[in-house]
Design a protein around this ligand. Structure first.
Ligand code: TYM
Length: 332
């Protein structure tokens, strides 16, 4: 059976980008067709300036939202990365497989390192090695597929390179995974700045729809989205990124193609109004289920405990095999 692994980082409140680009596919499709593992990757949240209490809070919130979005612990495994030691055990071996230069070429590293420096902070070494830990997340489970948004494609490519290189040098330990991107909304853009991604770690609140925003807030944000100077509604991501972004969001919520949707509108106002309502409706069940789950934290903790046990059992044989293959003496 195909095995799927994906993760989400608790560095901020989950956004519509996370949902349309990744989480929705996990819940609606992946968990039902593949042996699936989904992980709140809390160690990744330590790679930039962080507040310990906030990371803890956001980790539980992310897990709760994933359940609210429809992940079903009876058919998939949901767990927290730091609960399973195999990730960091394997990351070190992959650091011994990766080269400094290939880490420095990662687009997200360059962007995030520049941002940390602009804020006057230092760049943590873990920010540079982040993609290696991500590769360990994936390779520890022998995942075939990694459903992610477009911004993670380069990291999955690196994961493939590391798997191939390790297997070639030390023997066939790892499955070589591939990224699976959604057909629409693989890169949801910031509503106030359609040139940049809608990211949960950014501070530009008005351009970001958070999954727990009240319906009124969602409507306001979508209605105030920056559009382009043209008048007619056309799907042209290069020339009209603001309108294309709204069309993609609406397409993702309605299951129609952005080009077809564009033909049905003759004003930006009408497009914004329909998009706002579609997003509110898309998020409604999630918000309701989230409210129920928050009232039952013991349930969420139990899911994460069982998830970590299952994950550990799956990862250990592969990570042990990697330790042997690379030349480490097994304990007697
Ligand atoms: P993270 O936490 O930034 O995002 C989680 C998922 O949401 C997708 N995503 C988006 N998709 C479309 N439009 C957007 N604006 C948008 N913003 C985020 C991301 O592509 C991702 O799929 N490094 C990863 C976490 C990670 C991981 C892994 C993922 C760690 N280990 C192993 C897969 C497999 C990250 O920072 O995702």
């Amino acid at each position: 059976m195909t095995r799927v692994f994906s993760g989400i980082k608790p560095t901020g409140h989950l956004t519509l980008g996370n949902y349309l680009g990744a989480v929705r596919q996990w819940a609606a499709v992946d968990q039902h067709r593949a042996e699936s593992l989904f992980c709140v990757v809390d160690l990744h949240a330590l790679t930039v300036e962080h507040d310990p209490a906030r990371v803890r809070r956001l980790s539980r919130q992310a897990a709760t939202l994933l359940l609210a979005a429809g992940l079903d612990p009876r058919v998939c495994t949901l767990f927290v990365q730091s609960h399973v030691d195999e990730h960091t055990r394997l990351a070190y071996l992959l650091e011994c497989t990766a080269a400094d230069g290939e880490m420095r070429r990662m687009v997200q590293y360059k962007e995030k390192a520049a941002r940390e420096q602009r804020r006057g902070g230092s760049v943590r070494l873990s920010l540079l090695t982040y993609p290696v830990l991500m590769a360990a997340d994936i390779l520890a489970y022998g995942a075939d597929e990694v459903p992610v948004g477009d911004d993670q494609a380069q990291h999955v490519e690196l994961t493939r390179d590391l798997a191939v290189r390790f297997n070639h040098r030390y023997g066939p330990v790892f499955t070589v995974p591939r990224a699976v991107l959604p057909q629409v909304a693989a890169r949801v853009m910031n509503l106030q700045d359609p040139g940049s991604k809608m990211g949960k770690s950014e501070d530009t609140g008005p351009g970001i729809v958070y999954l727990l925003d009240e319906p009124e807030v969602v409507r306001r944000k979508v209605l105030r989205a920056v559009t382009d100077s043209g008048q007619d509604v056309a799907y042209d991501p290069q020339e009209r990124p603001g309108v294309a972004n709204l069309l993609e969001i609406l397409a993702a919520c309605t299951g129609r193609a952005p080009q077809d949707l564009a033909a049905g509108y003759d004003s930006y106002g009408a497009l914004k109004k329909d998009t706002a309502e579609a997003v509110v409706e898309e998020l409604r069940p999630l918000r309701e289920r989230h409210a129920e789950l928050v009232a039952d934290p013991g349930y969420v903790d139990g899911v994460l405990r069982e998830g970590a046990e299952r994950a550990r059992a799956l990862a250990r044989p592969t990570v042990d095999a990697a330790y042997r293959a690379i030349g480490l003496l097994p304990p007697g």
